[in-house]
Design a protein around this ligand. Structure first.
Ligand SMILES: [Fe+2]
Ligand SMILES: [Fe+2]
Length: 139
């Protein structure tokens, strides 16, 4: 496993984060009325977390000698609240898996700060997933 593998993995994570910032901001604008109010509030808050994750990944990629992507990963656009939340639950779970895999890579490369931060970000995404599942149960 090389540093280049890690840079590639972190760039994939970065594209996902940039996509999530846009997806959550977009979905927040599409949450209407009382039924959408709680999701809107959650998405606005979580978009800030995702922006923080993206900023961290950019710093690390630059520090490792890579070029951070500025291209967001494309995403689906479900029209209804249930579809939006289900999509987000699925994508948060994918982010957890990817961060844990890249944390292992960082450990192999003896980069403890990156390893620990990626695990922390995996935990953030797991928490996002739980909050979204709570909303899904209420629909
Ligand atoms: Fe994130
Ligand atoms: Fe998240």
């Amino acid at each position: 496993m090389s540093k280049e593998n890690l840079i590639q993995g972190l760039n994939d994570d970065l594209a996902a984060e940039l996509g999530t910032v846009i997806r959550y901001t977009y979905q927040a604008a599409k949450c209407y009325g009382l039924q959408g109010a709680e999701l809107r509030e959650l998405l606005v808050k979580e978009a800030q977390d995702e922006l923080g994750h993206a900023a961290y990944l950019m710093d690390v990629i630059v520090d490792l000698g890579g070029e951070p992507t500025t291209t967001p990963k494309p995403f689906e656009k479900p029209a209804d609240l249930k579809g939006m939340i289900a999509l987000n639950v699925k994508m948060e779970a994918e982010d957890v898996t990817n961060y844990l895999a890249h944390a292992e890579l960082a450990e192999q490369l003896k980069l403890p700060e990156i390893k620990m931060k990626l695990e922390e970000m995996a935990a953030d995404e797991a928490g996002h997933g739980r909050e979204l599942r709570r909303l899904l149960k209420g629909l």
